[in-house]
Design a binder for this molecule. Structure first.
Ligand code: AMP
Length: 636
C-alpha cells in the first residue's frame, strides 16, 4: 500500500505529517518550516504567494491576502455574522448563496483558497519524501457539519490529493497522545482550542482501541476571538487618544491585529509586552505596554465560553470530571497560561466541600483523584501527527490501533406537523446505518417529501436543512403507503440517504452532494440554541403533538355528526358544537400567534371537554358499528 500522509488544515497554520518506521513526524518545507500559515496572497501581477511569504505581506495588502478562510468553508452568506465578516478582504454573496472571497481579479470559494494551501503542502511533502505523495487523511473540527466536511473534501481533491479519510481534530490529537500508551486503559478529554475553532472530545482508550464517547464544541470560537478582544480594546484607546478610527481602515486594522496577536503570544511567557505601531498616519503613532493581567481581563469571557461545551461533553459521556485520567491540551491557544489555569480548575482542581474527601492545599481545595492536565503534546503538531497515524492505520503501516469515532450532531427528518424525527442521535459511533419506516398522514397522498435535517432542536425549521427529495407512489388511504428511510454515515462523517417505497420496493438513493447548496441555518447557533430553548422546544413539541391529536378528533367528530348527529338530542349536539368551537378557536389563535404555538395544557383540557361531550356520539357510533357487524353475519 502506498503512503498516506496526515494533514492538519488549520485556521491559522497547516501542517503535513507522516509515519515512518512507526514514528510520526511533521515534514518541513524547503526553508525548514513545519508550520505553513494558512494564508494566500494574490499579487497584482497575477502571481500567488502561499504560506509564510503571504503572511508577511498580509498587513501590506490586506484586501488581496486571504487568512482564517476555514471559518467560511461550507457556509452560506446568511449564516455568517457581522463579527465574522470582520476580515480585511472583501466578501461576496447574499442570503442562501455560498460565501465567496473577492480577489483582485475574481471571486474565490473558500475551498479554492484552502486548495492553494493544500497544494503547497503536497509539493512540500513530495520534496521532503523525494517521491510523489497522493493520499492523505485531512482533519476537521469535530463540530464541522456535513457541508463543512464536504467542502474540505472538495478542497483536498482540487489540490490533487486523494482524500482517504476526514477525521476529527481532537480524535487525531488523541491518537498522537495514545501512540505510546497502547497497553493502557484510560479515559481522556482532549481540549482543542485553535485559531478559529474549539472542540472538546472525551475518549476511552482500551489497549489500542480509541473510542470517542462524546464531543462538543464551537466552530466559531478560537484564538481569533482573543485577538479581536484585544483589537477592540486598543482601537477604542487609539480613537480616544488620537481621534483615529483604526477599524475603518483595513490596512491599519490588519496592522493592529498583527500587533495584538504578537503581544498575546509574547504574554504567554512574559508578564508585559510592548505594542508599537509607528506612523498609523503621518502624525499618529501608538505605543503602549500590555500586561498579562490586562490581557486576561480582556479575554476571560472568551475562555469561559469554552466551559459550557466541556460540561455538555461530560454530561453526554455520563462522566464526572474525576472519572477522567487526563485532560490533553492541544491547539496553539492552549499555550496561554489563563487557558491552562481555567481548564485545570474546571477539570482537576474544582473547589468542593472538605467533607467529600478533599485535601486542603494552600487556599484552594484540590481533588486528589482528579485528572492530570496534560500539556506534553506539542499543541501545534498533535493533530497532524494523529492524522498521519490514522493514515498509517489505513495503509497497513500500523495494525494495533483502531479508531471508533462518533457523529457530533443528530440526523433526522421532518415529520408531519413540522417536527424533527431523529434517526441517528448525536454521539453515535460511525460508520453506521439506521433507518425507520414512515407512512402517509393523509388520504390519497401521492408523494412523500423527505426533508433531511441535522441538529438538536425539536422543530424542523430550527435545524440545519441538508436536503429535500420526494418519493412518489400510487395514492392510497392514509397509513397504507410505507417508505423505508435509511441513513448511512460513512467513516468520514458524511451522510448518504436511501429511501425505499415498501410497496413497489423502488429505491431512491440520495448522496447529499453538499449541504452548502441546501443548508438553511447555522449549525453552531442552532446547537447553542437547543440548550437555550430546551423548554420552549419541548412545549412546542407538546403543542404540535397535542394539536395533531386534536385535529384528528375534530375531523372524526365532524364525520360522526354528519353520519348520525341527527339521532342525538338537541342538548347533546349543542354541547359537542360548543366544545368543537372552543378547541378550533384555540387552534386558530395559536396559528396566528408568533411561533404558531399555544399552551399544550389548555389544549389538552379542551380536548378532554370535547371527548366528554362526544361520548354519546361515540356510544351511538359504536352501537351502529356493532349492529352493522351482526347484521352482516346474519345474526340479527
Ligand atoms: P492553531 O490553530 O492550533 O495553529 O492555533 C493558532 C492560534 O493559537 C492562534 O490564534 C495563535 O495566535 C494562538 N497561539 C499560538 N501560540 C500561542 C501562544 N504562545 N500563546 C497564546 N496563543 C498562541
Amino acid at each position: 500500500m502506498s503512503l498516506i500522509v496526515g494533514i492538519d488544515l488549520g485556521t491559522t497554520n497547516s501542517l503535513v505529517a507522516v509515519v515512518e518506521a512507526g514514528i510520526p513526524y511533521v515534514m518541513a518545507d524547503a526553508d525548514g518550516r513545519r508550520l505553513t500559515p494558512s494564508v494566500v496572497h494574490f499579487a497584482a501581477d497575477g502571481s500567488t504567494l502561499v504560506g509564510e511569504p503571504a503572511r508577511r505581506v498580509r498587513a501590506l495588502y490586506p484586501k488581496s491576502t486571504f487568512y482564517s478562510v476555514k471559518r467560511f468553508m461550507g457556509r452560506r452568506a446568511r449564516e455568517i455574522s457581522a463579527s465574522e465578516r470582520e476580515v480585511d478582504y472583501p466578501l461576496e454573496g447574499d442570503g442562501a448563496e455560498t460565501i465567496r472571497l473577492l480577489g483582485p481579479q475574481r471571486a474565490f470559494s473558500p475551498e479554492e483558497i484552502s486548495a492553494e494551501v493544500l497544494r503547497k503542502l503536497k509539493a512540500d511533502a513530495e520534496a521532503s519524501m523525494g517521491q510523489p505523495v497522493e493520499r492523505a487523511v485531512i482533519t476537521v473540527p469535530a463540530y464541522f457539519n456535513d457541508g463543512q466536511r464536504q467542502a474540505t473534501l472538495r478542497a483536498g481533491e482540487m489540490a490533487g490529493w486523494k482524500v482517504e479519510r476526514i477525521i476529527n481534530e481532537p480524535t487525531a490529537a488523541a491518537l498522537a497522545y495514545g501512540l505510546d500508551r497502547l497497553r493502557e486503559k484510560s479515559k481522556i478529554a482532549v481540549y482543542d482550542l485553535g485559531g478559529g475553532t474549539f472542540d472538546l472530545s472525551i475518549l476511552e482508550l482500551n489497549e489500542g482501541i480509541f473510542q470517542v464517547l462524546s464531543t462538543n464544541g464551537n466552530t466559531r470560537l478560537g484564538g481569533d476571538d482573543f485577538d479581536a478582544a484585544i483589537v477592540g480594546h486598543l482601537a477604542g484607546e487609539i480613537l480616544a487618544r488620537h481621534g483615529l478610527d483604526v477599524l475603518a481602515d483595513p490596512a491599519l486594522r490588519a496592522r493592529l491585529r498583527e500587533a495584538a496577536e504578537a503581544a498575546k503570544i509574547r504574554l504567554s511567557n512574559e508578564m508585559e509586552a510592548e505594542i508599537l505601531l509607528p506612523f498609523l498616519t503621518p502624525s499618529v503613532s501608538y505605543q503602549r505596554v500590555l500586561t498579562r493581567a490586562e490581557l486576561e481581563n480582556l479575554t476571560l469571557a472568551v475562555v469561559q465560553r469554552t466551559r459550557a461545551h466541556c460540561l455538555r461533553a461530560l454530561a453526554d459521556a455520563k462522566l464526572e470530571p474525576s472519572a477522567l485520567d487526563q485532560v490533553v491540551l492541544v491547539g496553539g491557544q492552549t499555550r496561554m497560561p489563563l487557558v491552562r489555569q481555567m481548564v485545570g480548575e474546571w477539570f482537576c482542581c474544582v473547589e468542593f466541600e472538605a467533607t467529600s474527601g478533599s485535601i486542603r492545599l494552600g487556599t484552594e481545595f484540590h481533588r486528589p483523584e482528579g485528572p492530570m492536565l496534560n500539556t506534553s503534546q506539542n499543541p501545534d503538531e498533535a493533530v497532524a501527527l494523529g492524522a498521519a497515524i490514522q493514515g498509517a492505520i489505513l495503509s497497513g503501516g500500523i495494525s494495533n490501533m483502531l479508531l471508533l469515532d462518533i457523529t457530533p450532531l443528530s440526523l433526522g427528518l421532518e415529520t408531519f406537523g413540522g417536527l424533527m424525527n431523529v434517526i441517528i442521535p448525536r454521539n453515535s459511533t460511525i460508520p453506521l446505518k439506521a433507518g425507520e419506516v414512515f407512512t402517509t398522514a393523509v388520504d390519497h397522498q401521492k408523494a412523500m417529501m423527505i426533508h433531511v435535517l441535522q441538529g438538536e432542536r425539536e422543530r424542523a425549521k430550527d435545524n440545519w436543512s441538508l436536503g429535500k427529495f420526494t418519493i412518489d407512489f400510487a395514492s392510497a388511504a392514509k397509513g397504507v403507503a410505507r417508505v423505508g428511510v435509511q441513513y448511512e454515515i460513512d467513516a468520514n462523517g458524511v451522510l448518504h440517504v436511501l429511501a425505499r417505497d415498501l410497496q413497489t420496493m423502488k429505491e431512491t438513493v440520495v448522496q447529499l452532494k453538499s449541504a452548502v447548496d441546501v443548508a438553511d441555518a447555522d449549525v453552531q447557533r442552532m446547537v447553542e440554541e437547543s440548550v437555550e430553548h430546551a423548554w420552549e422546544d419541548l412545549s412546542a413539541r407538546r403543542w404540535i403533538e397535542a394539536s395533531l391529536r386534536a385535529k384528528e378528533t375534530i375531523s372524526a367528530t365532524r364525520q360522526g355528526l354528519a353520519d348520525c348527529g341527527a339521532e342525538l338530542g338537541e342538548d347533546q349536539r349543542a354541547g359537542i358544537e360548543s366544545a368543537l368551537q372552543q378547541i378550533e378557536s384555540m387552534l386558530a389563535q395559536a396559528e396566528q400567534s408568533t411561533g404558531g404555538v399555544g399552551d399544550p395544557k389548555l389544549l389538552k383540557e379542551a380536548h378532554t371537554v370535547l371527548d366528554q361531550a362526544t361520548q354519546p356520539l361515540a356510544d351511538l357510533m359504536m352501537d351502529k358499528a356493532a349492529e352493522a357487524m351482526l347484521s352482516k353475519r346474519g345474526l340479527i
